[in-house]
Design a protein around this ligand. Structure first.
Ligand code: FES
Length: 166
């Protein structure tokens, strides 16, 4: 049965967000288990999955809003707020801990003036924890915007940050 048009019951969202959601769902919604690829596609395009977009995603995927919301909140990778321009994932798992990750974590937080899940005041960096990046042989590890970095000492972190800022 053809679904009735339900657009009028959807909350207003910015046109740019609506177009991204429709584009991504249009391309991917018929894949088996399409919700995760769809959410990845939206986050790749927008940097996050806006809460206000959930009803539209649900409608396009023929799922309930609770289904979509539940998946977004279950997977830590998905964010519902925009991140800073760069996202730093700092590894907190065992191998990295054995190689100084705790000291590095303290240093990075102090240096950036943020805790995990926070963004620096200038909007430049968001700091996130991660639990093993598969780079254990080069602990401690961090990932910046998807790029892996190994053997990150506080000094090397500072050198990297200075190079980024210059
Ligand atoms: S424990 Fe840090 S990369 Fe594996």
């Amino acid at each position: 049965m053809k679904r009735a048009a339900t657009g009028s019951s959807l909350p207003d969202i910015p046109e740019s967000v609506r177009l991204v959601v429709l584009d991504v769902t249009g391309r991917l919604k018929d894949l088996p288990g399409a919700l995760l690829p769809v959410l990845h596609g939206i986050q790749d395009a927008l940097g996050y999955v806006p809460e206000a977009a959930v009803p539209l995603i649900a409608r396009e995927m023929n799922l309930s809003r609770a289904d979509v919301h539940g998946v977004i909140s279950f997977y830590h990778y998905f964010r519902q707020q925009p991140a800073g321009r760069h996202v730093i994932h700092l590894c907190r798992a065992e191998s990295c801990q054995a190689m100084g990750a705790v000291t590095l974590e303290k240093h990075v937080k102090q240096r950036l003036g943020v805790d995990f899940h926070e963004t620096t005041k200038d909007g430049e960096y968001t700091l996130e924890p991660v639990y093993c990046l598969g780079n254990c042989a080069c602990s401690p590890a961090m990932m910046v915007d998807g790029e892996l970095k190994g053997r990150v000492t506080p000094e090397r972190f500072d050198a990297w940050l200075a190079a980024e800022a210059s």
